[in-house]
Design a protein around this ligand. Structure first.
Ligand code: MN
Ligand code: MN
Length: 467
């Protein structure tokens, strides 16, 4: 009887897939390293709420670690570390490997834009002595979530003479913040009857920015004039300068530990800065890579990757071609031999909303980094669907390097769906698979990730870069 039990246990061990909390497979030392890494991540999050700030942070970290700005024609050799800034909104970086460049590069791709409220081109108006900004939301949001939370304003304004003014207001402890209002429940009878998607409309996402009039003017518009006067005194900008600006309203929250056990992190923009930061750090920290490592932190993923800072543009292809040519090869040869981890977040199983996921094929927080073979919607529409062979290769790599990982797809079949940049990179004839961190409340102003999963993403990128 006892023997039978033992044999059964062995058979289970050999044949069945095990899925459990990564915590059980980590030593105290691993957990300490993980928690330390996540402190750095939180600092990055507080400094990098928009893509431009993530680029500034990245350049600073890269230069401190010996990376230099790459200009076409620069001589390259194994061990060289370079970066290219694409219009201050996306960044490429590379560590030249020892292997011939024809063997391809190890490419990590993540995005540094997150859903938010952009100011319109003519944003400023006054209504009944309240000054407001009109906004146009960016990316997929549930609009009601963006009301009655503190908002900060980040971005740039290009003035009439071409000079550029950087704006960050609402992040410092002493800064004012801004806010979109919502109806009081007492008067929301009609609103509460509407479906959730229509409770707050796009044109209701107006941000309150002031209410005191300019003191020498009792005409209508005095509040607007007063705001413009404050902005002129602080930034030297006039109303017309908004036309050539990119100002983004983002949640003014700081990244914080979540839970009595501090096992999770709450922050704005984990999608996809959690993969961007872990890929950036892996590129900086990887030791003597065999193959050339290329990491791209891109813009515009949340709006479909179009535009010259999004991954449908040729900027990644050009960078790899420039490196390839410098090392005596060409872009298409190198791309065709390359492998890519398309680093983006996935939805984590939420016990409050279990009905949207199929429990055998979704990601869970604390079970490690999630490898996603295909994304898309309906009949896998819009996916690149990694091959069994490449999925097998990544699986072996993760196991060999002791990275704790899981698989998961985004929700039940026909429940919805979503895509990543994987398809655009795979379209360049690169073996590509999605890998990232599971997130709770994705695209909400305050998203949640697990510290262990974040750390495992970093370990996965290190394993890939050093392989
Ligand atoms: Mn994403
Ligand atoms: Mn997203």
């Amino acid at each position: 009887m006892e023997e039978n039990k033992e044999a059964l246990k062995e058979l289970k061990e050999k044949l069945l897939l095990k899925r459990k909390n990564a915590y059980y497979n980590m030593s105290d030392e691993d957990i300490a390293d993980c928690d330390k890494f996540c402190e750095d991540y939180k600092d990055f999050m507080d400094r990098s709420k928009i893509e431009r700030e993530a680029v500034i942070y990245s350049i600073d970290l890269l230069e401190k670690n010996g990376f230099v700005e790459y200009k076409k024609g620069m001589k390259l050799k194994a061990g060289d570390k370079i970066y290219r800034n694409n219009r201050d909104k996306a960044i490429l970086m590379a560590v030249i490997g020892k292997a011939p460049i024809e063997e391809g590069v190890r490419l990590c791709a993540a995005h540094i834009d997150s859903p938010r409220l952009d100011l319109k081109q003519n944003p400023l108006y006054e209504d009944n002595e309240i000054a407001l900004f009109k906004t146009h939301y960016y990316g997929g949001i549930k609009k009601y979530q963006w009301t009655t939370i503190p908002l900060a304003l980040h971005g740039v304004v290009v003035k009439a003479d071409g000079t550029r003014v950087k704006v960050t207001i609402g992040e410092d402890e002493n800064d004012p913040v801004f806010c979109v209002t919502d109806l009081l429940p007492h008067l929301a009878t009609a609103q509460m009857q509407k479906p959730l998607a229509k409770g707050i409309t796009g044109e209701q996402l107006n941000i309150i920015i002031g209410s005191r009039p300019f003191k020498d003017d009792e005409e209508s518009g005095a509040v607007k004039l007063n705001i413009m006067n404050i902005l002129y005194e602080k930034y030297g900008i006039t109303e017309a300068d908004f036309i050539s600006s990119e100002l983004e309203a983002v949640p003014a929250f700081k990244a914080k530990d979540i839970g009595f056990d501090r096992s999770m992190i709450g922050a704005y923009g984990h999608d996809d800065k959690v993969c961007a930061y872990t890929a950036l750090r892996a590129t900086v920290d990887c030791k003597d890579p065999v193959h050339t490592v290329v990491t791209v932190l891109t813009d515009k993923e949340e709006t479909g990757s179009d535009g010259n800072t999004g991954l449908c543009s040729a900027y990644l292809e050009y960078f790899i071609a420039d490196i390839a040519e410098e090392l005596g090869s060409d872009g298409r040869t190198v791309l065709s031999a390359s492998e890519c981890l398309s680093a983006d977040v996935n939805a984590a199983f939420d016990p409050t909303f279990p009905e949207v996921n199929e429990r055998n094929n979704c990601a869970y927080i604390n079970r490690g980094v999630v490898v996603t073979k295909y994304t898309g919607a309906r009949g896998k529409s819009g996916t690149s669907d990694a091959s069994a062979e490449f999925t097998g290769r990544v699986r072996r790599l993760m196991d060999e390097k002791k990275v704790i990982w899981q698989t998961g797809e985004l929700g039940k079949v026909d429940e919805g769906g979503g895509g990543t940049v994987a398809a655009y990179i795979a379209n360049l004839n690169v073996d590509t698979i999605d890998l990232g961190v599971p997130v709770l409340s994705m695209h909400a102003p305050y998203e949640i990730v697990s510290k262990i999963d974040t750390y495992m993403a970093y370990k996965a990128f290190i394993a890939f870069c050093e392989d």
